[in-house]
Design a protein around this ligand. Structure first.
Ligand code: PA5
Length: 436
């Protein structure tokens, strides 16, 4: 029985999850073979494999929000409060999974006021510009420091931190690393710095809901209790969905299908909200580093994931999306109106030819621009999907992050890759260390 027969012509392509909605309709509409295909056995196999990884404890990200105790959360908040009361800002050294998740959520939720009151500088690179800017930041203020590295041996993170260390207050340094292994762990233990563990069974790009993300988020003013609640709500919801109706499986399937069967191997995520631009960097890392590798048969697999921003990139990429090679899937993100709309308003100068604009709100213009883009792309049979947030909050983002992580892990099973390792990244890290 095909997907369409099981789920009805219009059913189960438009899913309502805790905090957001995801409408995959065009991805099914433009792929008749997908509608007629039955993914049951693919789903069951992936489910059995993931279930055993979750149950034997080798992969921990999915159950983590439910097992995190309120004492552990309180400890993170307490460290954050102490640092905020004693320092004027924070330098955060970390890269990849030890940077992107928290930075993306902070960018999405942080007010200008929060940034003014307790500025954050992310040191996530080793080029001279980045190092000079970090030095200038720590020289002007009394700052706390977070050093985040799960492996404890990432050259960029360590070299930036050591370079600046003479300017840092040792009492304000917190180190987040593996609880047992790695050079950094041994170094922390011998110097007695404040430290927090990264669960050994949660890899960098899946770690935003652990201390790796939570301490920076608490320092950034994000309500981490709400965020974990959002992730827990998602987890309970998704665990109760039958496989065929499960949005995480549906989302993973469409990505996999369009890549492998329809040859659409470039997959964009394009929010129409500037504050979500960095979230696309997190998404790209999560999916690219998890899927782009050799599968169990030795074949190189994985789509290319890309982030873009609407409406801005309508004025650069849209032409290519519409009339260029038909090898792309475009995912949009929008949010329901959150504030009273801001109207364009009439200018002082007489401008009758632009009057059609003046009574509209920016929210209206933005969301109509998204719909116009979608319509124009769909007219050319370019496959799109749409995520609609109820609101942008710690809770809704907590739910969305865990959704993305789970869907990515499911896609890893479809591709028959180990979604949780990154041999390519590790090799370059080792070569760099050797060459130094
Ligand atoms: O997802 C991953 O494992 C990587 O991207 C790491 O997060 C990144 O390389 C940084 O590693 P570490 O936290 O060990 O410094």
């Amino acid at each position: 029985m095909g997907y369409r027969k099981r789920n009805g012509e219009n059913g189960l392509k438009n899913y309502s999850l805790p905090g957001f909605n995801i409408d995959l309709t065009p991805l099914f509409h433009f792929a008749p073979n997908l509608q007629n295909w039955d993914p049951q056995s693919l789903f069951e196999k992936a489910h059995a494999q993931l279930k055993s990884k979750f149950e034997n404890g080798s992969i921990g990200f999915f159950d983590w929000p439910a097992t995190l105790t309120s004492d552990e959360l309180k400890k993170i908040e307490q460290i954050s409060q102490e640092l905020k009361s004693q320092y004027e800002g924070v330098l955060i050294c970390g890269i990849g999974g030890s940077h992107l998740g928290a930075a993306a959520v902070i960018e999405a939720l942080r007010s200008e006021e929060d940034e003014k009151q307790f500025p954050i500088f992310w040191l996530n690179n080793v080029d001279r510009w980045a190092i000079d800017r970090a030095k200038s930041f720590v020289s002007k203020k009394k700052v706390a420091t977070l050093l985040i590295s799960k492996s404890g041996n990432t050259t960029e993170t360590l070299s930036g931190f050591f370079h600046l260390s003479s300017l840092l207050d040792p009492k304000g340094i917190v180190i987040i690393t593996d609880p047992e292994s790695g050079e950094l762990r041994r170094w922390v233990n011998s110097h007695g710095y404040t430290h927090l563990p990264v669960p050994p069974n949660i890899g960098g790009r899946f770690s935003v809901l652990t201390s790796v993300g939570l301490l920076p988020l608490a320092l950034g003013g994000v309500n981490i209790h709400e965020m974990i609640e959002g992730a827990k709500e998602f987890r309970s919801y998704i665990a109760a969905q039958p496989l065929q109706e499960n949005p995480a499986y549906g989302y993973a399937l469409t990505s996999f299908w369009w890549d492998t069967q329809e040859k659409h191997s470039i997959q964009y995520l394009m929010p129409y909200l500037s504050e979500l631009k960095l979230l696309t960097d997190w998404y790209v890392q999560l999916w690219a580093e998890s899927l782009g590798k050799k599968n169990i048969h030795g074949k190189s697999v994985g789509p290319t994931f890309v982030g873009a921003l609407g409406t801005r990139d309508q004025h650069s990429l849209l032409q290519l999306f519409k009339e260029g090679p038909k090898d792309k899937v475009i995912g949009f993100i929008d949010c329901k109106p959150r504030t009273q709309g801001l109207t364009v308003g009439s200018p002082q100068l007489s401008s009758p030819q632009f009057e059609y604009l003046f009574q509209h709100t920016f929210e209206e213009i933005n969301s109509k621009a998204l719909s116009a883009t979608e319509q124009s792309l769909n007219a050319e049979r370019v496959p799109t999907y749409r995520v609609l947030f109820e609101d942008l909050t710690a809770r809704t983002l907590g739910s969305f992050l865990l959704f993305q992580e789970l869907a990515c892990a499911i896609a890893g099973e479809f591709y028959e890759v180990n979604a949780f390792n990154q041999p390519g990244v590790e090799e370059a890290k080792q070569l760099l260390r050797k060459s130094l």
